[in-house]
Design a protein around this ligand. Structure first.
Ligand code: GUN
Length: 292
């Protein structure tokens, strides 16, 4: 069984990114990522910390804005508009989820298309659906990079995705069906009937439901490649932090059946962060008039 290490793939990508950042610096361009974090969601704070740390490692400059829980929609939109107009800023990321009183969709759609390093605007999604992606959302991009790195078979295979979010499930299902990957794709979700019958047919199973250990051993076919996108905090009073991290896949049950599996933590998570850096370098290159 291949345990797909996000850290290993990320490390090799980071070497290339450092070179690209160096080349941009040589042209007088300092690649810069603006990160907006609203409120005090501990998981979001931890993701943002990881993003800032990785940016520093590869030499990407960051501007970190912590907005209070009480920020208004108008103030948030104004901040996005300001960053859109700032020529020193190449990428803008608004950490999700936002507090319930804010309209996240409106805020994200306000981001300038050439600075949309999360790949969530209508422009980015439209290009992706047309088969000419500019910015691929970071988690799907990370999944594809891992499949490429470990040379796992995808073309002509049956891929089943569980979860239809705009950030993971929907885009990865579209990408896997396109000419670069040539999978036959089934997109399952919370209303899907006979789910296990579909998942048991999967040569490649992507679990992106956000339910701890949702995928059990009986749902997986022998020899499948399983990508676990979940990062769930399950209360565990025995742990120093009072919780443990687990994926959407029951690893003990599923691992013995797999050709390859991503661990949690250390699988898709680190790749998501690295692909954000990849998109930021791409944004800087585009804004410099260079080929992406
Ligand atoms: N929250 C969890 N994952 C992500 C992500 O990839 N981008 C943003 N903006 N927020 C997230």
């Amino acid at each position: 069984m291949i345990l797909m290490s996000g850290a290993e793939v990320a490390e090799s990508l980071e070497r290339r990114l450092k070179d690209e950042v160096g080349a941009l610096r040589g042209r007088g361009c300092e690649p810069t990522l603006a990160v907006l974090l609203v409120g005090d969601n501990p998981a979001s704070q931890s993701y943002v910390r990881a993003k800032l740390k990785t940016a520093e490692r590869v030499g990407i400059h960051t501007r970190h804005f912590e907005l209070p829980q009480s920020v208004t929609q108008a103030e948030l939109l104004e901040r996005v508009r300001e960053l859109n107009g700032d020529r020193q800023v190449h990428g803008i990321l608004c950490q999700l989820p936002l507090p319930a009183h804010l309209n996240a969709e409106e805020a994200v759609q306000q981001i300038a298309p050439l600075k949309d390093v999360d790949g969530l605007t209508a422009a980015s999604m439209g290009l992706l659906a047309l088969g000419a992606p500019r910015f691929i959302p970071c988690t799907p991009a990370g999944i594809l990079e891992m499949l490429r790195f470990y040379r796992l078979p995808v073309a002509g295979k049956t891929a089943v995705v569980i979860g239809r979010s705009n950030i993971v499930g929907r885009p990865i299902s579209i990408l896997l069906s396109q000419r670069d990957w040539n999978a036959t794709v089934m997109l399952c979700h919370s209303k899907s009937q006979h789910l296990a019958e579909w998942t048991r047919r999967a040569d490649l199973l992507v679990a992106a439901v956000g339910i701890p250990e949702f995928v059990t051993g009986d749902m997986v076919r022998e020899g499948a490649v399983v990508v676990d996108v979940g990062i769930n905090r399950v209360p565990d009073p025995g742990r120093p932090k009072g919780y443990r991290l687990c994926g959407d896949v029951n690893h003990d049950q599923v691992a013995p059946k797999c050709l390859a599996l991503t661990p949690v933590p250390g699988g898709v998570g680190p790749m998501t962060v690295t692909m954000l850096m990849d998109n930021t370098v791409k944004a800087a290159r585009l804004q410099q008039g260079l080929a992406p």
